[in-house]
Design a protein around this ligand. Structure first.
Ligand code: CU
Length: 158
């Protein structure tokens, strides 16, 4: 019998400290970051998925408490090498995925446990995407948001 343990983290480097730095430099030889988005994932009181910070700027006030309209309240960021830093403040494991609007996965993480952090680094070209938690029915319950990648996005430089 084989036991399989899922490690917190995801593609490429994953934070090792309890309080990882969303703005930590990428390893030598890796593509430099253009955008850092700190994503807060929760399941209480709702399964919301929202950005808390973009390039060191607090955007937590940009979102309402209603997670059922997240497709109408897109996250808008410029294209390039994007780090989605995941902060799971909930009581359940969550994960994170970027999909095109046909539902095809572009990149995704493994599970990030409650009160743990993870990241997904992905290079995104201009277009429309969805970001979501792909675990169980979490996206249906609110962990889904439209992502618009647009060179004209009003985001401070990293
Ligand atoms: Cu989830």
């Amino acid at each position: 019998m084989t036991a399989l343990f899922v490690v917190v983290g995801c593609s490429g480097s994953s934070p090792s400290a309890d309080e990882a730095d969303p703005y930590a430099a990428v390893a030598a030889g890796e593509t430099a970051l253009d955008v850092v988005v700190v994503i807060e994932q929760q399941n209480n009181p709702t399964f919301d998925l929202k950005a808390r910070e973009i390039n060191r700027t607090d955007v937590s006030g940009d979102w309402d408490a209603d997670s059922s309209n997240n497709l109408d309240e897109p996250l808008i960021i410029p294209p390039g090498q994007i780090r989605f830093f995941l902060d799971n403040v909930g009581t359940l494991a969550h994960a994170f995925q970027v999909r095109d609007l046909k539902g095809e996965s572009i990149a995704k993480t493994r599970n990030v446990g409650p009160l743990k952090q993870g990241e997904l680094i992905v290079n995104l070209q201009p277009g429309e995407y969805d970001i979501l938690c792909q675990l169980s029915d979490h996206a249906k319950r609110g962990s889904l948001r439209r992502l618009i990648v647009d060179a004209a996005a009003d985001v401070p430089a990293l």
